[in-house]
Write a protein that binds this ligand. Sequence first.
Ligand code: GLU
Length: 505
Amino acid sequence: MQSQNHDKIEEGIRVRFAPSPTGYLHIGGARTAIYNWLFAKKHNGVFILRIEDTDVERSTADSIKGIIDGLNWLGIDWDEGPYFQSKYIEEHKNAALRLVESGHAYKCFCTKEELDVKRQASLAAKRSVQYDWTCRRLSPETIAAKEAQGLPYVIRFKVPDQQGGICVHDAVYGPIEKQYEDIEDFVISRSDGSPLYLLSNAVDDIRDGITHVIRGQDGLANTPRQVLIYEALGARCPVFAHMPLTLDLKKRKISKRTHGELVSVQFYRDHGFLSWALVNFLVLLGWHTSDDREIFSREELIDAFSLEGIGRANSIFNYTPGDPKFFTDPKALSINSHFLRTLPIEKIAELVKDEFVKEGIWNPVYDGDKRRWFLSTLNLIRSRFHTLKDFPYLGRAYFSEDFPVDPKALKKRVLNYPNLKELMPQLADRMEQIEDWTLQTTEEAVRDFIQGLEEKPGIIINAIRTSVTGQLAGPGIFDVLTAIGKERVIKRLRRVPELFEEIQE
Ligand code: GLU
């Protein structure tokens, strides 16, 4: 058994992300890109973007744009490319012809009909359905005669006729063995001269000087044949590292077909994800550190990343379409909320601004004289948020008079207590008297007001919260009051009787 061993990481690392542009950039593709990018960054290598667009019927310009936009948004930058596989078709064709000349491949004139008949016969006799080498045995004269007649032919790779096989040391899956006798003489070029994907991919990797092929586990089936091509072309094999599949909770492979938009990078962008949080989440689908750490900065991740950390077990994307509770894996949300809480507030402000502009609630004073207020309010409310969308939605009451009131909170915290209809406007009167609106003065006023009442303090405090923010929970109430400001708080407290009326209508 011949064997490639490339355990040692060498100098001059060159890796690539080679998507076929047949749809949006999905999270599986993004994960492949991220692993390659991290590996290149870690080893001061080169990361190449190569668009494998030779399937002209399925490749689209929109998809190419989607892939490039998605990578840009994620912050996954490439050092070379994008190269387009379709530009190199002549090179692929020439490689096939070179393999014929060097005796590693041959022209096969068998027609589809002939092959079908043989296949049926083999199936009936329960024999191997591999190609039977008819054309491999043709004499040079017969080949020349067939060519002179203009008969069409495909080019088949000549798998070694000997005992033994190929052993590829996959950096993740370990030794992958394949006996020569189990590999059919596979087609590398069609009868119209167009190369097959297996050949194009290998030829491009050779030209691009790829040292490590890090790709999805579905590439594993191609690997032994690609190794044969590398060797026949006199090239050095790259190290292969195949990544485990990602499955959903029903054990279905994550795919565009089954999960639709939900698994596109764009979906996360549209749902208020921070791009780094998504990178951090995706990298954990199939890779881990020995201490199972979950949160990384860019530098920490580059430093920690290694092929050894890629596991063989399929990773689980903890989500089933239709789950009413979450729109994605809860871990993705928890990682996103971690970064929302901890990134510099200026960075969050920049991203929130985009969301506010989209929602029509952006006010230029947030960049001007109310900058400090804007930043401190974002800082106050961000601790409970999961996505950027929470700022204009759950946090809307801080920035707009037109804010949603959670019906459950309204019922539980306000409508259940009819006496609040009078109490809240009375509290508003009390608050009118506050001159300097601060954490202390609002607290004093509320405590003072509560003292004379029979109602429990908690009920009043909760009612204030729901009346002024529309929410059930949130930051400390006096921080909330200070941030929302005197005028708006008073207005909202005075509006409480209307909330009772609205419900009666
Ligand atoms: N174009 C292939 C795909 O999108 C890439 C396979 C490879 O990385 O070798 O699956």
